[in-house]
Design a protein around this ligand. Structure first.
Ligand SMILES: Cc1ncc(COP(=O)(O)O)c(C=O)c1O
Length: 391
């Protein structure tokens, strides 16, 4: 009798192989837990890679989604979308009470960064500085996979066979080297305040402040990529709030839609003005559906009590990890730590009902939903101490 082909095997034939082999599939989520077809429960400390900040199947968000689905999903940006106005106002207020920011909405982190990179060059051009075209990314930075975002992403592995990349876009080999190379030809630098994909490494505050100062001296723009660090992930609404810098442009995505693809570019008003009508756009970006979701998410996460909870949970996780592991780094609810063999560690974690991400041969990253509570922490601590005895 012929053996039935499993969905996992069929996946090898019908899907691109770009994500490698996936050994788990989930059918349902509830808060910080995911369930597979056999009813096995997993504590989800991946949150869809720092996306599902309110957890899975959040009841309030589910009703917003159901209501909006029955009302209006999409109209295009030919028409004013009121949810964009309210969300832009909220994000601008959260970004700064002193500086005026404006927003444009897109669909992903890569797309937010691509728009920001275009905006930086365009702003320099309309300001009578057409020689300012260079864009610099930090060592270990990750900004996405389109040609522009990839050109400022440091990891050479992601670019092999895809060159030449965007002329004038560069990544530095040392942090100090970035500051040294800044001159009158620089349009912008793009930074993460905590480098997530690089193993959850906070960038030195002193370095970021000196970088911001040097950029200001030459009229270059500071783009802060808050795709992973934004929307409460670090315990403040934006990560940069804890680093004493003021971005010219901020990019967001991931947690903004809790799983509904949404992103945003915030820019100081005079910079945003460089995108005159027709200079940039998106069919889906900021549609009524995404805006209903993002408004709900931002209202929930920006509550000071919610952010205080994130900081408290983060401090507990740091303590738990430091009891067993070395090189524990991170902020709020994004943490990385060293293990002898990350793939083996991940497998033992799965067998113990815990989901984590691997971000290096010896590095694990955890980015749980921001709604975890003490009961989840107890479970996490039990699993962590049992794993520490095995691998
Ligand atoms: C800091 C940062 N920027 C950009 C991106 C790309 O975002 P997306 O995958 O939504 O395009 C990511 C994704 O991991 C990220 O962590």
């Amino acid at each position: 009798m012929e053996r039935e082909v499993t969905t996992m095997e069929l996946a090898d034939d019908v899907l691109f192989p770009n994500y490698g082999k996936r050994d788990l599939a989930f059918v349902r989520g509830d808060g910080a837990f995911l369930y597979d077809r056999d009813g096995r429960r997993f504590l989800d400390f991946t949150a869809g890679i720092a996306v599902c900040n309110l957890g899975h199947a959040h009841p309030g968000l589910a009703s917003v989604i159901a209501e909006q689905a029955k009302t209006l999903l999409h109209t295009s940006n030919l028409f004013l979308i009121e949810g964009q106005v309210s969300l832009a106002e909220k994000l601008a207020r959260l970004a700064s009470t002193a500086t005026s920011y404006r927003a444009m909405f897109v669909n992903s982190g890569t797309e937010a960064n691509e728009g920001a990179l275009k905006l930086a060059r365009r702003y320099q051009f309309v300001s009578g500085q057409p020689q300012k075209t260079r864009v610099i990314g930090l060592p270990n930075g990750f900004h996405g996979r389109t040609m522009g975002a990839l050109s400022v992403t440091a990891n050479a592995k992601y670019r092999e066979g895809m060159t030449p990349l965007v002329p004038g876009f560069e990544t530095a080999t040392s942090y100090e080297g970035v500051i040294e190379s800044i001159d009158d030809t620089v349009a912008a630098c793009i930074v993460e305040v905590v480098q997530g994909e690089a193993g959850v490494q906070p960038v030195a505050m002193d370095f970021l402040q000196r970088l911001a100062l040097r950029l200001r001296e030459v009229g270059g723009l500071l783009i802060v990529d808050e795709v992973q660090t934004g929307v409460g992930r670090t315990g403040t609404f934006f990560g940069y709030e804890q680093f004493g810098i003021e971005p010219d442009i901020i990019t967001m995505a991931k947690g903004l839609g809790n799983g509904i693809p949404t992103g945003a570019i915030l820019a100081k008003s005079e910079i945003a003005s460089a995108f005159t009508p027709g200079m940039h756009g998106s069919t889906f970006g900021g549609n009524p559906f995404a805006m209903a979701v993002a408004n709900y998410v931002v209202d929930t996460v920006s509550d000071p009590a919610f952010l205080a909870h994130v900081r408290r949970m983060g401090a507990e996780i740091q303590r738990i990890l430091q009891n067993s592991y070395d090189n524990v780094t991170g902020l709020g609810l994004m943490w990385g730590f060293d293990v002898p063999d990350a793939q083996a560690w991940r497998q033992v974690a799965i067998d113990s009902g815990l989901l984590v991400t691997v971000c290096g041969p010896k590095r694990i990253r955890i980015v749980p939903p921001l709604v975890i509570d003490d009961a989840h922490l107890t479970l996490f601590e039990d699993v962590i101490s049992s794993i520490a005895r095995v691998v």
